[in-house]
Design a protein around this ligand. Structure first.
Ligand code: BT5
Length: 251
């Protein structure tokens, strides 16, 4: 897949339920690697595990990128990491501010969540048919636009930088950063990006609480493994956080 432009063709919608849903349908109909769906507003923007994503009109980037990578299903989480790292790099380059990721999919600025990634894949048949990487970035959200009672304190580029940013340009910048990272990933694999990600990852080496559907456990967030999965050292030994939410509150 090297050498193909990411970001073409584009479907831009004024309003839709979820750009990820539109992109999944389009990919099923045969959309090529690199195709993108964007919207000015989402009425049913989705987060992980059935959560919702606030998507007011014209205030945020709502973008879903279709990929047809030659990877194994276990590697799909690596694409979430690439997307989060691309957002961190875009904030650094365009806004001149140091952003961070919170594994696996949060984008943080000044300890506030300004964006998130939702990756979905079609794993039917043999291996990975396609992947949809959805990014939501709070660009020009005012305080009143932020969701009520988010699980992590929320903010936006506007609030943190004190000025507005053009959403289409932010989208182009994200695609550019993702494209640069994807070219490295495609050629040299996740291992060549692991240190970059880990250096921007909040809370490595710190105590964490992991909450899954069925249990809650504590440990020290230590590193990311070969699949991009967080390893937590617990009193019973290392555990891979395959699903669940990680919080860095000291218990
Ligand atoms: C995420 O989920 O952070 C993934 C968000 C992905 C959104 C993009 S937009 C384009 C594409 N199309 C979609 O339908 N989705 C993707 P998660 O880690 O589960 O976080 C969700 C939680 O974040 C919610 O339960 C709220 O507490 C909080 N939240 C909701 N909207 C927010 C916002 N705009 N900014 C900050 N926090 C928000």
């Amino acid at each position: 897949m090297t050498g193909q432009t990411l970001g073409e063709p584009v479907r831009h919608l004024i309003v839709t339920d979820s750009t990820n849903s539109v992109a999944m349908d389009w990919a099923n109909e045969g959309a090529p690697h690199g195709a993108v769906v964007t919207a000015d507003a989402q009425t049913d923007g989705r987060g992980r595990r059935g959560r919702s994503w606030s998507s007011p009109a014209g205030k945020g980037l709502y973008l879903s990128l279709i990929l047809r990578p030659q990877i194994q299903p276990a590697q799909v989480p690596q694409l979430t990491i690439l997307a989060a790292l691309a957002a961190v790099q875009l904030v650094e380059k365009e806004c001149g501010l140091v952003a961070q990721t919170k594994w696996p999919n949060d984008i943080l600025l000044n300890s506030h969540k300004i964006g998130g990634v939702l990756t979905e894949a079609d794993l039917s048949g043999n291996g990975v048919k396609f992947v949809v990487v959805g990014i939501g970035l709070n660009v020009n959200f005012q305080t009143a636009d932020l969701p009520d009672h988010p699980i992590f304190p929320a903010s936006s580029l506007l609030i943190e930088t004190g000025r507005g940013w053009p959403v289409p340009e932010v989208g182009q910048a994200w695609l550019r950063e993702f494209g640069l990272l994807y070219a490295i990933y495609d050629k040299s694999g996740w291992n060549s990006l692991r240190d970059d990600f880990q250096s921007r990852c909040l809370g490595l080496g710190e105590p964490v609480t992991v909450t899954t559907e069925n249990e809650k456990y504590y440990g020290i967030a230590s590193r990311l493994d070969d699949d991009g999965i967080l390893i937590v050292q617990t009193s019973n030994g290392p555990r891979r956080v395959v699903a669940g939410d990680v919080s860095f509150d000291v218990h």
